[in-house]
Design a binder for this molecule. Structure first.
Ligand code: AP5
Length: 197
């Protein structure tokens, strides 16, 4: 199962990806977390991407393609993965298709989390008060929302056009309720067994 999680910043991609990954027994791969870890470790890649992360701007597609090729080749991703934050542009989706096709795989599901903008901003500013992520400030949040609308939403249409299952789920309400909605939608599409919660 290769599941692509899509949603605006603060929609709960990371939170829900973790729960689905646990239910399916596959890794949760967050490109944001991979990049933040590089930045925190001060690696050459981390130094290159840190200013982009802080400004809420996207990291170049070629760099993301290399990073994900490497991550998806790791043995734990052989049975599948929940991809959180990748692909984020149409060229990234094409790169992912090529990468998966090399091992006879394809994206099985695109899960879109829908949350209104006012609530997204509230969640991110709440987190800013607790966790101090460099991009949880009004300017970077605004930039991340623009990038999402302009560059990431077309990815969903690209997959839909290619015949990949797209499930849009209401991402509001308590975390458990959102997870239950996702599980129900996946079961309805035959992508989650009854015993996998
Ligand atoms: P990334 O880490 O992917 O950030 P994002 O898309 O802005 O999303 P967030 O992590 O802020 O939100 P989320 O939707 O995951 O929600 P979460 O579960 O965390 O990317 C960061 C940056 O890295 C990008 O801006 C870019 O620079 C770079 N990057 C990453 N991937 C890239 C790519 N493919 N190409 C180029 N650049 C890339 O929840 C948010 C908050 O809400 C948390 O505090 C959480 O506890 C809370 N919350 C979650 N669910 C609920 C709920 N149901 N009710 C109440 N609170 C909730």
């Amino acid at each position: 199962m290769i599941c692509v999680m899509v949603g605006p910043p603060g929609s709960g991609k990371g939170t829900q990806a973790e729960l689905i990954a646990a239910a399916l027994g596959v890794p949760h791969i967050s490109t944001g977390e991979l990049l933040r870890a590089e930045a925190a470790a001060g690696t050459p890649l981390g130094r290159e991407v840190a200013p982009l992360l802080a400004a809420g701007e996207l990291v170049p597609d070629e760099l993301m393609e290399r990073l994900m090729q490497q991550r998806l080749a790791a043995p734990d991703a052989a049975p599948g993965a929940i991809l959180d934050g990748y692909p984020r542009t149409v060229p990234q989706a094409e790169a992912l298709d090529r990468c998966l096709a090399a091992t006879g795989r394809r994206a099985d599901l695109v899960l879109v989390l829908e949350v209104e903008e006012e609530m997204l901003v509230r969640r991110l500013l709440d987190r800013a008060a607790k966790e101090h992520r460099t991009d949880d400030n009004p300017d970077s949040i605004a930039e991340r929302l623009v990038e999402y609308r302009q560059l990431t939403e077309p990815v969903v249409e690209q997959y839909r056009g290619a015949g990949v299952a797209v499930l849009a789920v209401d991402g509001t309400g308590p975390v458990d309720a959102v997870h239950a909605r996702i599980a129900r939608a996946m079961r309805g599409a035959g992508l989650l067994a009854d015993e996998q919660a």
